[in-house]
Design a binder for this molecule. Structure first.
Ligand SMILES: Nc1ncnc2c1ncn2[C@@H]1O[C@H](COP(=O)(O)OP(=O)(O)O)[C@@H](O)[C@H]1O
Ligand SMILES: [Mg+2]
Length: 336
């Protein structure tokens, strides 16, 4: 089976107009959320939109889902235009833009799904079967989970139910905005497994947004890295990583004295191509992308610089570059 492009996004631009409050005055502000993005999503793949907060991920999936009209460019689903044939598009997509939105808190999970199934025109035995199938698929059929009130659901259960709702009509295209945000690791893992299965074994085109690079790496077949409204790279995960294949990552775990900011440390180490710093445990994890032949020199230099600031270096490790290094290299930013 040759894969088919089920979703096409071509040159989409989108601006938001908002107001900034300046004392008693309001000042108009225009945000260019999307500055011309294009990509295709094929049947059988999990396609990731990966980017930091504010990159334009949600705006992109809202355009595909017919919830926003692009200022320029166009999007289509199964050949239908998201503006001119919005009804057709909606019949072909399953969407979850927010895990909690739209559910009835005083109904059980099963009752909620049944309600939405009725909205989509299912009834009788067919509806009952579909609801059971979906509850089974998302792992809510065990231990009375389906018959608990929605208000008693954990976030992980809500996320599963939200996915089940998106699948009611068995659509060819599934669109999920940050589906694992805030979930406990087992729930997140289960959700990712379901999405991969839907794509690989059922031929769905699955579009997910995430700001979690690790997640993109393990879940997505192809990833578009999006930053400030532009796609800065689009490839398979190995393809993206090959862009930094000539590099290694030096990870330094350190305790930083209270009077030294991480920002200062990063400035101290400036001059390297890509560097990130993040809190980890009680210290910080500093990552520097370097060429393998620079390893000794850079390690010595970095340790000296850190020691001069009173930083207590706990561990130095050499690692394979991740999507984070790709992102930092492509954007010049210091990670997410
Ligand atoms: N309704 C809105 N009004 C004004 N600005 C918005 C609105 N929604 C999003 N934005 C802005 O558009 C940009 C992209 O937002 P979004 O698509 O939500 O990014 P992401 O989902 O990647 O975090 C951000 O700068 C954001 O602040
Ligand atoms: Mg978002």
């Amino acid at each position: 089976m040759t894969a088919e492009a089920l979703v096409k996004v071509e040159g989409v631009k989108k601006k938001y107009e908002t107001y900034l409050r300046k004392g008693l005055k309001r000042e108009k502000r225009v945000v260019e959320a999307l500055k011309g993005i294009s990509f295709k999503v094929y049947s059988g793949e999990v396609f990731g939109l990966l980017g930091p907060n504010g990159a334009g991920k949600t705006t992109t999936v809202k355009v595909i889902s017919t919830l926003l009209i692009p200022d320029e460019g166009r999007a289509e689903v199964m050949g239908y235009d998201t503006v001119k044939e919005a009804v057709k598009v909606r019949q072909n997509i399953g969407v979850s833009l927010s895990v909690e939105r739209g559910f009835f808190w005083k109904l059980t999970g099963r009752e909620n799904l049944t309600y939405f199934g009725m909205l989509y025109g299912l009834d009788g035995e067919r509806l009952r079967e579909r609801v059971n199938e979906l509850l089974e698929l998302v792992g809510l059929s065990e231990m009375d989970a389906a018959d608990k009130l929605y208000e008693e659901y954990s976030l992980g259960m809500k996320a599963r139910l939200s996915l089940a709702r998106a699948l009611i009509t068995d659509p060819p295209v599934i669109i999920l905005d940050e589906p694992t945000l805030g979930l406990d690791p087992p729930s997140a893992r289960r959700l990712r497994e379901i999405l991969v299965d839907l794509a690989h074994n059922q031929g769905k085109a699955v579009i997910v947004t995430t700001h979690n690079m690790f997640e993109a790496e393990i879940m997505c077949d192809r990833v578009a890295i999006i930053n400030e409204g532009r796609i800065v790279a689009l490839d398979t995960v190995p393809g993206l990583k090959s862009r930094v294949a000539d590099s290694i990552t030096l990870e330094i775990l350190a305790r930083v004295p209270a009077n030294v900011s991480v920002e200062e440390l990063v400035n101290e180490l400036n001059g390297y191509e890509a560097i990130t710093a993040k809190p980890e445990g009680e210290g910080v994890s500093i990552k520097i992308m370097i060429r393998p032949q620079e390893k000794e020199a850079v390690t010595a230099e970095a340790l000296k610089a850190l020691h001069s600031r009173g930083v207590d270096v706990r561990r130095v490790e050499v690692k394979e570059p991740t999507l984070e290094e790709v992102f930092v290299k492509l954007t010049g930013r210091r990670g997410f």
